[in-house]
Write a protein that binds this ligand. Structure first.
Ligand SMILES: [Fe+2]
Length: 217
């Protein structure tokens, strides 16, 4: 399969995606979204400290990727390294997104706007490079420090918050798309904005209100 063919969404939907991923749908994406909404409905304020991230991680682990669940949200916009597709906006309590990563492409280094971020690989592989938070900027700027790097496979889940550090997510494959499921709570990056960072200097730039493709109803 060449890069040019799998960059087209209809091509992905027509491909017989790895049949090993088609496990019995014991716990569907709809059920996962339902359980996230049920849980966050009990959170009074929407400060990140109100949220039990371990519980949300366990829900994300419980779901096993089934393209039949998520292809309806799939868009791979031309000219974008990755496309953010909205699955659910939980009433200013969370965003659930499907991200589609072109081969060999990735995100800038970014923070998470004082929110929890849980990421699950649904197709392909994704590499997470974790960085220390820069301590100095301007004239005293220095290259950002890598804490760790790990590649995640289908159905693996990772978690990050600003307390852990900053990260860049990238698709290590040169010829295959990657698809991931993201839960952000509270949805501060979408409601307010977030910062991206230059690796060489640690310089931060504010990005207002992260946008996503909203599916037609
Ligand atoms: Fe992130």
């Amino acid at each position: 399969m060449s890069t040019s063919t799998i960059e087209q969404p209809h091509q992905l939907s027509q491909e017989p995606i790895n049949p090993h991923m088609r496990s019995q749908p014991d716990y569907s994406l709809n059920e996962l979204v339902r359980d996230i909404k049920l849980y966050l409905g009990d959170c009074s304020g929407m400060d990140a400290s109100d949220i039990n991230a371990d519980y949300l991680i366990s829900l994300m682990q419980k779901y096993k990727s089934d393209p039949n669940d998520w292809l309806r949200y799939f868009n791979n916009l031309p000219g974008k390294n990755y496309t953010r597709n909205a699955i659910e906006n939980v009433n200013h309590k969370a965003n659930i997104l499907l991200l589609v990563w072109k081969p060999g492409k990735g995100s800038p280094i970014h923070d998470h706007a004082n929110a929890h971020c849980v990421m699950k690989v649904l197709f392909g592989n994704l590499t997470e490079t974790l960085y220390e938070l820069p301590t100095q900027q301007g004239d005293a700027a220095s290259p950002m420090v890598v804490k760790s790097e790990k590649t995640y496979n289908v159905n693996e889940v990772t978690y990050i918050s600003d307390e852990i550090g900053l990260h860049r997510v990238s698709n290590p494959s040169q010829d295959q798309l990657a698809v991931s499921l993201h839960l952000y709570t509270p949805p501060n990056a979408a409601d307010i904005g977030y910062n991206i960072y230059q690796e060489a200097t640690g310089k931060a730039s504010f990005i207002p209100q992260a946008q996503a493709v909203v599916p037609e109803s």
